[in-house]
Design a protein around this ligand. Structure first.
Ligand code: AHG
Ligand code: MN
Ligand code: MN
Length: 282
């Protein structure tokens, strides 16, 4: 595991440099989810594969940009699912983007996740690692290494809200719930990249991020293995919760690598409100 985390640090440094130097345009290809790939999606995927291929404990990898899993070591015990570049539609406008990693044992079901990490490519390069606790690291440009900053813990309740999806397609009860949060005084914090949006909630100590099922996306948009399970693990370890509306995210399995789910991640107070809204609705 230490070896995987060390590799993720190298991956972060290399992708960060690619973002600063490479073409920010689109490639002529789509991934299996039907998203037009940015050239940097493809480059980042290659960087992650190159590094993880050097780790003997990694049995298999699967990525948002790969149709199928790639077996690396028959005797490895870890299965790594990753989103090499999350929020790549924000690359051209120079907003923060990220990489997300879920480390599973045996198989990619939610209950099998044993660690998660994500990288934020923003004004600073930051890495969050969740195992027993959730720890923030920041890249020191002079020493060329990641330095431990602090443990991240969520409060019982926050003040900010990141409501994703197309509003005209939201179900009426979802819209009412979001309106009620704003009536309570919550402030909108939504960039369109789940890494910076969830990072903000974690660093500010609480709040709610929602990417619901809606009429245009009956199973949500965000992918279980590469995006939702890893962040659910991070939020649970930080003292928060992650649900699909009714169920704890990490009790969910998957049928296909690229399956999506509705998701709500946040502190306890907000998730309780989501549960009350969604009771009997799914
Ligand atoms: P990706 O760039 O890996 O395809 O994922 C982007 C995700 C996520 O970061 C964000 O919260 C969500 O897509 C926003 O999607 P829409 O703008 O399509 O609602
Ligand atoms: Mn993504
Ligand atoms: Mn991506």
């Amino acid at each position: 595991m230490t070896e995987i985390m060390d590799r993720i640090k190298n991956i972060a440094i290399e992708i960060s440099s690619a973002i600063k130097t490479q073409d920010t345009g689109k490639a002529d290809t789509c991934n299996i989810s039907g998203d037009v790939q940015a050239k940097l999606d493809v480059i980042s995927d290659e960087i992650v594969e190159k590094h993880l291929s050097c780790v003997s404990s990694v049995a298999q990898i699967i990525s948002e940009e790969k149709e199928d899993a790639l077996t690396l070591n028959e005797n490895g015990k870890y299965f790594v699912a990753y989103d090499p570049l999350d929020g790549s539609s924000l690359i051209d406008v120079n907003l923060s983007v990220g990489s997300i990693f879920g480390i599973y044992k045996g198989d990619y079901a939610g209950e099998n996740i044993v660690a998660a990490a994500y990288v934020v490519y923003g004004p600073r390069l930051e890495l969050v690692v969740a195992r027993d606790t959730v720890e923030l690291f920041r890249f020191n440009e002079e020493k060329k290494e990641f330095e431990y900053i602090k443990e991240l813990r969520l409060s019982e309740k926050g003040k900010i809200l990141g409501p994703g999806g197309t509003q005209k397609c939201w179900y009426p009860y979802h819209k009412k719930m979001i309106d009620n949060f704003f009536k309570e005084g919550y402030r909108l914090r939504y960039s369109g990249g789940m890494v910076p949006d969830l990072h903000q909630i974690l660093l500010k100590g609480g709040g709610l991020f929602a990417y619901p099922a809606a009429t245009d996306k009956p199973k949500g948009k965000l992918r279980k293995l590469f995006e939702v399970f890893p962040f659910a693990y991070v939020f649970e370890r930080a003292g928060g919760l992650a649900i699909d509306g009714e169920n704890n995210i990490l009790t969910l399995g998957y049928e296909h690598y690229h399956d999506t789910t509705s998701c709500f991640l946040g502190s306890n107070y907000e998730i309780e409100k989501v549960l009350n809204t969604y009771k009997g609705k799914k």
